[in-house]
Design a protein around this ligand. Sequence first.
Ligand code: NAD
Ligand code: ZN
Ligand code: ZN
Length: 392
Amino acid sequence: MKALTWHGKGDIRCDTVPDPRIEDDRDVIIKVTACAICGSDLHLMGGFMPTMEKCDILGHETMGEVMEVGRAATRLKVGDRIVVPFTMSCGECRQCKWGNWSCCERTNPNGKMQAEQFGYPLAGLFGFSHITGGYAGGQAEYLRVPYADVGPLVVPQGIDDEKVLFLSDIFPTAYMAAENCGLKGGETVAIWGCGPVGVLAIKSAFMLGAERVIAIDTVPERLALARQAGAETIDFGDETVQDRLMEMTGGQGPDAVIEAVGMEAHGADTVAQKVSSAIMAATVSMERPFALNQAILACRPGGTVSMPGVYAGPAGPVMLGVLMNKGLTLKTGQTHMLRYMKPLLERIEKGEIDPSFIISHRSTNLEDGPELYKTFRDKKDACTKVVFKPHG
Ligand code: NAD
Ligand code: ZN
Ligand code: ZN
């Protein structure tokens, strides 16, 4: 089959690789009907994640049709349409029982390696380096889905793939980011990053009762999409974010802030695990602090900082003194997918939201993948989200 594979920093290829097969009773094999490139894939493309290996298959936003069912995955049957959550959960460990699905203790066979880095093993992830299990990803014609008796969401026939594909990651991620703001109704929320996660976080914040959302980015098409989602916007290339936010909130600051940017925001080099003095200077500068520090500085005292943005190692320095003295709450994490997939599917079915409005680029040929990765990374050609339908 064809699949998009990692060959080194900036080097994504479309290769012919062996078809996946059932390796465990809990597996199913799907024919991938739709898959997408995520901002998190850009961390891999950028060489920020250690433990990627040549020819690793990328992709963790995937859905498809069940072709083959392992003996223990009887919750599913051949022909089912499923959306696959990007994290794997066993359903049996303490963390799964607590509903902390992304902290599953059993789905990452390389958990020991991860524990050495983070002090704790975390769930297996599709297409996301060997530190998270080395599982093949779903930017491919077919995908093996481990722990299929727990994770995948069956979606009804007749609902368009594009409407439900983002239940695999970014819609639940954006929703959890907004939920982590602890909104009660009537708040002002500021969001750094108007990529797919940021824009869906705008929608989610409104769903959860925010009165105003102020979104920050510098890419014109992304700022336009944020306005389309109902936000007021700040272009950080034109304006001093801090001053503008204070002006817009009558000197109070937003009630909650969301950092939907991640590690590229300040060029943290997590592979080498060092921060160059230039970056250090830029990140501690009060004039141009990196996104997380801007968010901490802007948030009103007693407010909440929600951080869906992904970091894989030391990054900073973070303004912990400001965080502490203002009595802010910091909430973050990989998304606990199984809390959100079903309720959000219901919202889509009721017509409350159609997340497909963020798609800008579509392809039925994975051979276009390497070029589309660059287009998405460089924010060229008004690219906001790339979706492949590998079987047309
Ligand atoms: P993306 O790269 O498409 O979007 C990031 C946006 O941030 C871009 O539009 C960029 O112009 C903007 N940006 C960069 N620096 C900025 C700054 N200093 N201030 C404001 N905006 C800035 O990525 P995405 O797909 O929207 O994902 C966003 C983040 O969420 C990534 O870090 C991704 O890894 C992460 N993510 C987390 C989870 C999770 O489970 N927590 C899941 C999916 C994605
Ligand atoms: Zn993702
Ligand atoms: Zn578990």
